[in-house]
Design a protein around this ligand. Structure first.
Ligand SMILES: C[S@@+](CC[C@H](N)C(=O)[O-])C[C@H]1O[C@@H](n2cnc3c(N)ncnc32)[C@H](O)[C@@H]1O
Length: 176
């Protein structure tokens, strides 16, 4: 993880980072999910971070639109030797999500901010009561994801809270 953090800093890659990462890992630890969906893999930092909290019989499916990043993510996941099965899918999440088999008990959304509500509406029928959905950058990009935030906070379908970390934060939503 340190190697990825250093590479991310050198190359200005927007990984979730250690501070928000600690909260994400804690949410995974509490939820003990068997089937995790991630939208926005980049080079696998958050996938490994979540994967370290999962059991051997768990599965993490992560989607990355860019082939080069997806390839590096796959290599990093192998190097990290984490317990669960991890599948990195190269493609546009908007096309990929409808092809996936649920149910997912945990989701981490960290791709194109203006598309968060589309990812959610495509994935929602694969969630169950108790599924936890964590959305990154709900502080600095709140304006770009306002439809998403409005939905999870006001639709009555989630219990949702914002967790501030430094000048950014994550929206953590529990499907009811
Ligand atoms: C902020 S980075 C993800 C960081 C990663 N979750 C981490 O913390 O290590 C966002 C990633 O989402 C990808 N992305 C953007 N739009 C996407 C889409 N429609 N489908 C899949 N991936 C997408 C970008 O290529 C980029 O690699």
């Amino acid at each position: 993880m340190r190697q990825i953090e250093e590479a991310a800093q050198r190359q200005f890659l927007p990984v979730v980072g250690p501070r928000k990462g600690r909260i994400l890992a804690e949410e995974v630890r509490k939820a003990k999910p068997r089937h995790v969906l991630e939208v926005g893999t980049l080079i696998g930092y958050s996938a490994i971070l979540m994967g370290r909290e999962l059991d051997e019989d768990a599965e993490l499916v992560t989607i990355e639109i860019h082939r080069g990043e997806a390839k590096i993510a796959g290599e990093n996941v192998v190097k990290a030797k984490i317990p669960p099965k991890v599948t990195v899918i190269t493609g546009d999440a908007i096309e990929v999500i409808p092809t996936l088999n649920g149910p997912f008990d945990f989701a981490f959304i960290d791709a194109k901010k203006t598309e968060y509500s589309q990812y959610l509406s495509l994935a929602e029928d694969k969630f169950r009561k108790g599924t936890v959905v964590v959305a990154d950058n709900a502080g600095i990009f709140a304006d770009q994801m306002s439809d998403y935030l409005d939905y999870v906070r006001n639709s009555g379908r989630y219990h949702s809270r914002y967790v501030q970390v430094g000048d950014d934060g994550m929206e953590i939503s529990l499907k009811v």
